[in-house]
Design a protein around this ligand. Structure first.
Ligand SMILES: [Mg+2]
Length: 221
């Protein structure tokens, strides 16, 4: 029996962040490729080089780094993003799915339309039971969840972003802001500790972040 079969009946749920955890997404206008090594040390030459790039050059450069361009049709206008999935994202979600017997949810502060399109694009949907997005979190509608859950996110446990998601998942800090930072950290550790695994931010480069998160989760459960 391997480790996930052992825990498959433990009624655990996972809530997984999207941006900078499973994927990286950069707006088309702000995508700035790194200048070639021979001129990267020279600020002026680097700027000239960037100015000389055409949209086609940018697309080629992004694609050569494994980014794909995705088009989003929002009601108030279009958006284009260069996106890249963590190389282990699919396997990570599949493992969580096995451990939890299919209790894996996306939990993102991003918009619903964005989250759904990304999930569909990268084929994550087959591992997910549902998607909770910005509107859900802001309206603090508590999802039907198990007591025994773990939120996986690249943000630190004491950030406002995590406090909001935890509140959504039914873990309320007694005070939103503690005047004493040590007291704040203590309250966060006590309340969120068993329910939170922080992953290293995914920035598009090779990273063991999701493997490390899995190792931490195995210890926690
Ligand atoms: Mg994130």
């Amino acid at each position: 029996m391997n480790w996930y079969q052992k825990y498959a009946s433990s009624n655990i749920c996972f809530f997984v962040d999207l941006d900078e955890t499973l994927i990286i997404s950069v707006s088309k206008v702000s995508y700035l490729p790194t200048a070639p090594p021979e001129i990267a040390h020279d600020f002026r030459k680097s700027i000239q080089w960037r100015k000389s790039l055409t949209p086609e050059d940018l697309d080629r450069e992004a694609k050569s780094n494994g980014f794909e361009l995705i088009h989003f049709e929002y009601p108030d206008g279009d958006d284009y993003r260069y996106v890249k999935a963590h190389p282990m994202a699919d396997r990570f979600l599949a493992e969580l799915n096995k451990i939890s017997n299919g209790q894996v949810y996306l939990c993102t502060s991003s918009h619903e339309l964005y989250a759904k399109k990304i999930v569909e694009h990268f084929g994550f949907a087959k591992h997910l039971r549902g998607i909770f997005h910005r509107k859900d979190i802001n309206e603090r509608s508590v999802p039907a969840t198990c007591e025994n859950f773990i939120l996986i996110d690249d943000l630190g446990p004491t950030t406002a972003g995590i406090a909001r998601k935890m509140q959504f998942l039914g873990k309320h800090l007694e005070q939103e802001y503690y005047s004493d930072p040590d007291e704040h950290e203590k309250a966060v550790t006590e309340l969120f500790g068993p329910h939170f695994t922080q992953v290293e931010r995914f920035d598009g480069k090779d990273s063991d972040s999701l493997q490390n998160a899995l190792n931490q989760i195995r210890k926690k459960i």
